[in-house]
Write a protein that binds this ligand. Structure first.
Ligand SMILES: *Cc1c(COP(=O)(O)O)cnc(C)c1O
Length: 356
């Protein structure tokens, strides 16, 4: 039996999209490869509301996170974290010997622009990292108002992890002044894992050129140079996923349309959050709640592991709380191509299993 995934990635992939992976192999130095990458770039620019250069990486999203913080930090990075994936930026900095400090609001609270302002006015930093949508806590940070603050500091680069939101929530990259905005294919885009994408500003590219020891595989300059030259890559990219991405972006942009897609995610989020507030409580404070994944506090102390077992027998899967929130919370993702009917079915089955 196939299981409907309500986990925050990987998400289910539509059969016609999956079919694209079976496209005949092409040479990665061919004109066909160049045209494929060019088409994908133009579509992703629309999805991200940007004119910046689009790069792909044959790695999961963490690959571009590491590429970004390592290639862009000259002085010191200010990492703002509201959960496990925010902490990952800091961990990456440490492991790469990059000077960084981490700033963490109270549990359940989002990053406020004033907090970023207080940190940047020290003059110590040349990079800010933000998790747009923190998948562990279900907190969505205001990348637009934070962007207004970062813009006041012309030497500070703005790096945004949008792995669990890009394609599900509107992110206007150029308007927000985001230098690198990155995501993976297996979350809101509804594709298999194995590829990540990012927009890269000229500012980020120019900074990276001055940073020594950027590595090889994840060297931002190396990748951007090749893309700028002829829309190709220094190493062999995962072309089967590129076909699927090219195809899926048409469905997103033309078939569903961005406004519909974002509205659908928000609607599903509202349904789950209302339901959660009726029966349990929410981890994220009001005003900072994710449109793509909801972290629900397990106030009744039921067994989440047992719930998931019972759900799986009926063809559904949700997620336990992440890290220290395991069993203390559970997460329902409502991203990519999930529809309202499926979600309502899931919620009523949970009510039945837990006798709510
Ligand atoms: C899933 C996730 C990541 C990690 O992405 P991978 O593609 O697994 O490397 C990073 N940040 C956020 C917010 C995520 O949800």
């Amino acid at each position: 039996m196939s299981i409907k995934l309500f986990i925050p990635g990987p998400t289910d992939v539509e059969p016609d999209v999956l079919q694209q992976l079976a496209t005949t192999q092409i040479g990665h130095r061919s004109k066909t490869a160049t045209e494929l990458q060019k088409r994908i770039s133009e579509k992703l620019q629309k999805l991200m509301y940007t004119d910046n250069t689009i790069i792909l990486s044959t790695s999961s999203g963490s690959g571009i996170m590491e590429m970004a913080i390592r290639s862009c930090t000259q002085k010191r990075a200010a990492v703002f974290s509201v959960g496990a994936f925010g902490n990952r930026w800091f961990d990456m900095a440490k492991r790469n010997n990059i000077p960084a400090d981490i700033f963490t609001p109270e549990p359940g609270k989002g990053v406020r622009p004033e907090m970023v302002e207080d940190v940047l006015k020290t003059g110590k930093y040349d990079v800010v990292t933000i998790t747009h949508n923190e998948t562990s806590s279900g907190i969505m940070n205001p990348v637009d108002t934070i962007g207004e603050v970062v813009k006041q500091y012309p030497d500070v680069l703005y790096l945004v992890d949008a792995v669990s939101s890009l394609g599900g929530a509107k992110i206007e990259v150029d308007k927000c002044g985001i230098d690198i905005c990155l995501t993976s294919t297996q979350k809101c885009l509804g594709l298999p894992p194995g590829l990540s994408v990012a927009s890269v500003s000229e500012r980020a590219y120019n900074r990276a050129k001055d940073v020594p020891y950027r590595g090889y595989y994840l060297d931002l300059v190396n990748v951007v140079d090749r893309v700028k030259k002829n829309y190709q890559y220094p190493t062999t990219p995962v072309t089967p996923l590129m076909w699927a991405l090219d195809y899926k972006l048409d469905k997103i942009l033309e078939q569903e349309g961005l406004d519909h897609r974002f509205a659908r995610h928000e609607k599903l989020a509202n349904i789950v959050q209302k339901w959660a507030l009726k029966h349990f409580d929410l981890y994220a404070e009001d005003g900072f709640r994710s449109h793509t994944v909801t972290t629900i506090l397990n106030t009744k102390g039921y067994s989440v592991a047992e719930l998931n077992q019972a759900l799986m027998e009926r063809g559904y899967m949700i997620s336990n709380g992440y890290g220290s929130l395991k069993e203390k919370a559970f997460r329902i993702a409502h991203m990519a191509d999930r529809q309202e009917d499926d979600l309502l079915d899931l919620l009523s089955i949970i009510e039945e299993i837990w006798n709510l």
